[in-house]
Ligand binder design. Sequence first.
Ligand code: CTP
Length: 392
Amino acid sequence: MRIVVGVAGGIAAYKAVGVARELVLLGHDVHVVATEAALRFVGRPTLEAISRNPVETDLFDGVAEVRHVALGQSADLIVVAPATANTLAKLAAGIADDLLGTTILASTAPLVVAPAMHTEMWQNAATVANVATLRDRGVHVVGPASGQLTGSDSGPGRMAEPSEIVDAALATLRVQDLVGRRVVVTAGGTREPLDPVRFLGNRSSGRQGVALAEAARDRGAEVVLLAAHLEVPAPSGVRTRTVETALELREAVQEEFASADALVMAAAVADFRPEQVQDSKIKKDAHPEKLQLELVRNPDILAETAASAREGQRVIGFAAETEPDADALLEIGRAKAARKGADHLVLNKVGWREGFAQEHNAVVIVSRAGDIVTEASGSKREVADAILDLLV
Ligand code: CTP
C-alpha cells in the first residue's frame, strides 16, 4: 500500500517516527508529508531514513509533476499523526495552505487522524466541533489517550501509541463485510461478590473477547462489548457496558441481543454464585476452623439466549476445557455444543499456563451438530477473524 503519513507540528511528532517505522516494517510504501513546524520537532533525516523516501514539506517542490495533488491522488491511505488542534481546524475547514492540506484535499483515500494536544485545547468548543465535523465526513479519529502531557499537566490529549494508530489505520482498508450488523460480544471474567471486599472470579483476561470486538468493529459492525472484568483496555470505537456478575451480564445480554444480529459469548461466566452476599466483611474469627460457602447455580446465558434467538440471529459460544487429550476434548466440545444449542462453539484448551492471558490461541470450532467447521490458530486477533468469517 502507498501510505502518506502526515506529521503536524506538535511535540508528539517524535512518535510519528514509530508510526512510519511500523508501516514500513509491514511492507508499505510510506511517504511522509511534514509541516514546517513538524520539522522543528523531529529531524528530516530521521523521517527519511525511517520511511525510506524523501520527506515532502514544500508546496513549491516538484511543481512540474504537480506534486501538491499527486501525493494525495496516489495514496491508498493517509494517516496524520500527530494531528494538532490547528491541523484539525484546517482539515475541518478545507484549508490547503501547505502540502499536507493539498495532499489531503486531493485524496479520496481513507483518512485517519491521531490528535495530540493539551487537554484544554482538546476540550475547546472549536476543537470539539471540528472533530465532530471530521467524524461526520468519515474521518477516523484515533485517541487521544489520557495521560501525562508535555508539561506538568495530564489528561486527555496524549497521542495514541503508534501501534494503536497503525492498527486503526490499516483497519480502514480491511473488508467491510459486517456493515449494518449489530454484534454483541461478551468478554472477561464475571465476579461474584462474597462480601463488600471479596469475590469469586476466574482467570479470563478478556483478550479474546476484546480481539473479537475490535475485529468486528474493523469489519464495519456496530459493536456492543459487554465487559466483565478485563485485564486489557476496552477498545475504542465500540460501545462498552461494564458488568460484574453473571446476573448483570445476563440482563445486559437480554437487553442488547434483542436488537442484534449476533452474540459471541467469549466471557467466562461463573456457573455458581454465593447464595448470600454478606453486608459486612466476613471475619475469620467467626469461622475458627473452616468456612463453608453455599453456592447456587447461575443461569446459563448462552443456552437460554440460543434457545430464544429469532430467525436470522446467530449465537456463538466458547468452551474452555482442561482435558489434555485432543480427541476427548473434541468429544466434550461436541456434547457441549449440543447442550448449549449455539450455532457454533469455539473450543480451546486451557490450563495453568495455557489459554489465559496469552497473546496466542488455538481453537477448533464445531457446529451445533458437532461437526468440525474450522480450526484456527495464531494471534487472538487472527482467531477472532476466523470466528467472524463463520458469522459472515
Ligand atoms: N456460559 C454462559 N453462562 C454460564 C456459563 C457459561 O453463558 N452460566 C457460556 C460461556 O460464555 C461460554 C460457554 O457458555 O460461551 C461455555 O462456557 P464453559 O464455562 O466452557 O461451560 P459451562 O456451561 O460452564 O459447562 P461446564 O461446567 O460443563 O464446563
